[in-house]
Design a protein around this ligand. Structure first.
Ligand SMILES: *Cc1c(COP(=O)(O)O)cnc(C)c1O
Length: 465
């Protein structure tokens, strides 16, 4: 006991540590309060180690070194860039769409100072936050008007709260989906104050199912894109034209949650993603979709369609609670500009990645394999043909052909190499398949490829020493 007390007493005091820190360039520049706080934590850690008999004494240098470790952790951001080698283009856990240069530039411009967010330059008075994108969205989709909110879940909630609160909404049983575990159509409907009228069966819903459900309390018919699954086999949904006619005959809005909502035609594996313009042209009254899925912009929910419905939403108090912030709005405007200027497949990363030719992916994989071979001599490396997914609930159940590099370390388990890649200052997120690391090259830029090689060069040096 006495011995332990003796050891603890021997730990240098804060004043002494501060005096030494003042002579060391990296610590001397720190604000006094941060330095004191860090040294206290450092001393506390050392006391615990002595008590646990992990160490028997500590020097001032030990404590300062520990303080430097703590400071490194304090400075390290938690939300940071990663390299996405999963091949999943719209990976919700990895932040969905990377932004285009134009979108990034719009954000940089707007965040630097004040902006025209709600200020109308022409008249020198208060303007509308939505005005920056309404015209562009209408031009690109053919809608009468449009607004943008925080995300698509919020968009659906606003649409239903405005048009159907206290009344009934008819939905096909085949479209009562759950997306990403937290967006469930029945729950969102309930939250909006509307009641759900399910019609049809899981695989088949006919026009007469909808027709029979229409009553005096019906407020709307809702269609939902079955984003993350497909019903195959004997299935049926009524033709758009007849459902539109039915809704309009009863003076009801036909609403569609498109989920991804692409502006460009996109087809793969026999599946065609309907474009927003096609849905508007088909006569859907209100469509909602995400800003950070196939559109390729920032997190946002876009509501486009008929003025008579969307004008009502602009007056709903919920709109204020779910409004889009200026940085996301700037990114959405930049992305819409990419579409308007006519080169979206080149300019918008998501579109670019989805449209990359298979031969280009093969070349990219070949190059990565060739570059890695001399750097990772203790690994078995091969170019492999892969199947990847668009992600974000687009092109459900469709595999996109891709290429990648498959790698198996000989002196290390696959799991420990995966962990090393994940723990880099810019983490690399990979797939593991048949006990091999897989780098799908679809989402890897030139810079990412160089960075991956850099990591292997560093790991190789570590192994030699
Ligand atoms: C992704 C998705 C949503 C949720 O969109 P967020 O922008 O993530 O809020 C809602 N409905 C469908 C059909 C979706 O695919």
């Amino acid at each position: 006991m006495e011995e332990l007390r003796e050891k603890l007493r021997a730990i240098p005091g804060i004043d002494r540590l501060l005096a030494i820190a003042a002579t060391q360039a990296d610590l001397a520049v720190l604000p006094h309060s941060l330095l004191v706080q860090t040294l206290r934590r450092s001393v506390e850690i050392m006391r615990c180690r002595i008590k646990d008999q992990q160490i028997s004494e500590v020097s001032s240098d030990d404590i300062l070194e520990q303080a430097r470790n703590i400071l490194r952790q304090v400075k390290e951001p938690s939300l940071k860039k990663v390299i996405n080698a999963t091949g999943v283009v719209l990976h919700t856990n990895l932040g969905r769409a990377p932004l285009s240069r134009r979108a990034q530039a719009r954000i940089a411009d707007v965040m630097e100072g004040y902006s025209t967010l709600e200020y109308d330059i022409a008249i020198g008075e208060r303007g509308s936050r939505y005005s920056h994108v309404t015209g562009r969205l209408c031009a690109l989709t053919g809608a009468e008007t449009a607004i943008v909110v925080n995300n698509n879940a919020a968009a659906v909630l606003l649409v239903l709260s405005t048009l159907a609160c206290g009344r009934e909404v008819i939905v096909s049983r085949g479209q009562l989906v759950e997306i990403g575990g937290s967006f469930r159509v029945p729950d969102v409907l309930r939250q909006s104050g509307a009641s759900l009228i399910e019609v049809g069966t899981t695989n088949k819903t006919h026009l007469h199912d909808y027709e029979q459900a229409i009553g005096p309390d019906t407020a709307a018919i809702l269609k939902v894109h079955t984003s993350n699954y497909r019903i195959v086999g004997f299935t049926a949904q009524p033709e758009d034209a007849s459902l539109v006619e039915l809704a309009h005959k009863h003076n009801l809005p036909l609403i569609e949650d498109l989920g991804s909502g692409t502006l460009l035609p996109l087809a793969a594996g026999g599946w065609h993603e309907p474009t927003v313009g096609e849905r508007i042209a088909a006569g859907i009254d209100v469509v909602t979709f995400s800003g950070d899925k196939l559109l390729g912009g920032a997190q946002a929910g876009i509501i486009a369609g008929k003025k008579k419905y969307i004008e009502q939403m602009k007056k709903h108090p919920l709109l204020r609670a779910i409004r889009i912030d200026k940085l996301s709005l700037a990114a959405i405007e930049g992305t819409l500009l990419d579409y308007a200027l006519g080169n979206p497949v080149e300019d918008i990363p998501v579109q670019h990645m989805l449209h990359t030719a298979l031969t280009d992916l093969e070349k990219r994989a070949q190059k990565l394999a060739n570059d890695l071979k001399p750097l990772a001599e203790d690994c078995d490396i091969a170019v492999v043909r892969l199947q990847s997914q668009a992600g974000g609930g687009t092109l459900p159940a469709v595999d996109l052909d891709s290429y990648g590099v498959s790698l198996k370390p000989r002196n290390l388990s696959t799991a420990s190499l995966e962990k090393k890649l994940r723990q880099q200052s810019t983490p690399v997120v990979v797939r593991i398949q048949d006990d091999r690391i897989i780098f799908d090259v679809r989402c890897l830029s030139e810079r990412d490829l160089a960075q991956i090689c850099g990591i292997f060069a560093k790991l190789g040096e570590g192994a030699e020493s």
